[in-house]
Design a protein around this ligand. Structure first.
Ligand SMILES: [Zn+2]
Length: 266
């Protein structure tokens, strides 16, 4: 279950199944509790926009403090809607936040090392959290529609199995706030890709336009990897429907900040 919690002015989600393991610090930010203004108000974690770098860095600092993480060690992805999964090690500490981002194409992060807090960014695309509770492996994936079609979540589970000996039944997963079928209208060709790749129930007609259910497509690929149904926690929270407290790219025609998914092995 995704639970909205507050610390000072900061509001963020925690995943109760992840919290209960005692193995990780984690969270998913909302718009609340930052220093940015206007369409970036207020917890904007997006660099390279009209918000100032100082604001974004301060927002990262506030989130890190809130989640009891070391901001100087945060490892940021480099999301380009591909399916590259980066294995995070000590040399990555600080990548993209306390120093320049040295990645070129990293839409998922994975590690079995403690003390390396990882971050991926969102504003409608789907955040997917992973934790092998037995072998202590954590991962985050950024799954927009392209990443979903490239099966980045499935590939992350396969990498956990291959590189860390993870067994599917020991992996818990969670699908965070993102644009849901109610608002994710797509062109006919995108609908066709989902129908052929994941089945007709992932692209549903609303009037004369198709809407895609990315979360269902992700659940199907997780199930194919052997993740148990009880170990897939779907927030069901639509960013577009809740744009007062969550950033939504679609709702705002791109005038928006980014939210962050954070996870660190303790
Ligand atoms: Zn919606």
């Amino acid at each position: 279950m995704f639970k909205l919690v507050s610390k000072g002015n900061v509001k963020y989600y925690i995943i109760t199944s992840f919290e209960e393991t005692g193995l990780v610090r984690h969270g998913f930010s909302t718009r609340a509790g930052g220093v940015s203004e206007g369409c970036y108000g207020s917890m904007n974690l997006r660099f390279n926009c009209d918000d100032t770098r100082e604001n974004v860095l301060e927002n990262f600092r506030i989130m890190a403090d809130t989640l009891d993480m070391d901001v100087s060690r945060l490892v940021l992805s480099k999301q380009v809607h591909e399916d590259n999964i980066h294995t995070v090690t000590e040399t990555d500490a600080g990548n993209g936040i306390s120093r320049e981002n040295s990645f070129t194409s990293v839409d998922a992060l994975i590690t079995d090392k403690s003390g390396l807090p990882m971050v991926t960014l969102f504003a409608d695309c789907v955040p997917v959290f992973f934790l092998d509770t037995k072998n202590r492996v954590a991962a985050l994936a950024h799954s927009g529609w392209r990443g979903t079609v490239k099966r980045i979540s499935q590939k992350t589970v396969e990498k956990m199995k291959r590189d860390y000996g993870s067994k599917a039944e020991n992996i818990i997963t969670a699908i965070g706030p993102s644009i849901q079928e109610c608002h994710f209208e797509v062109s006919d060709d995108v609908a066709e890709i989902f129908t052929s790749e994941f089945g007709a129930d992932t692209a549903v007609k609303y009037g004369d336009r198709y809407h895609v259910n990315m979360q269902l497509a992700i659940k199907k690929q997780l199930a194919e990897s052997g993740i148990l149904p009880d170990n897939i926690d779907d927030s069901g929270i639509c960013t577009y429907c809740n744009s007062d407290r969550l950033f939504s790219h679609r709702k705002t025609n791109g005038k928006r900040g980014n939210m962050g998914a954070f996870i660190e092995l303790i």
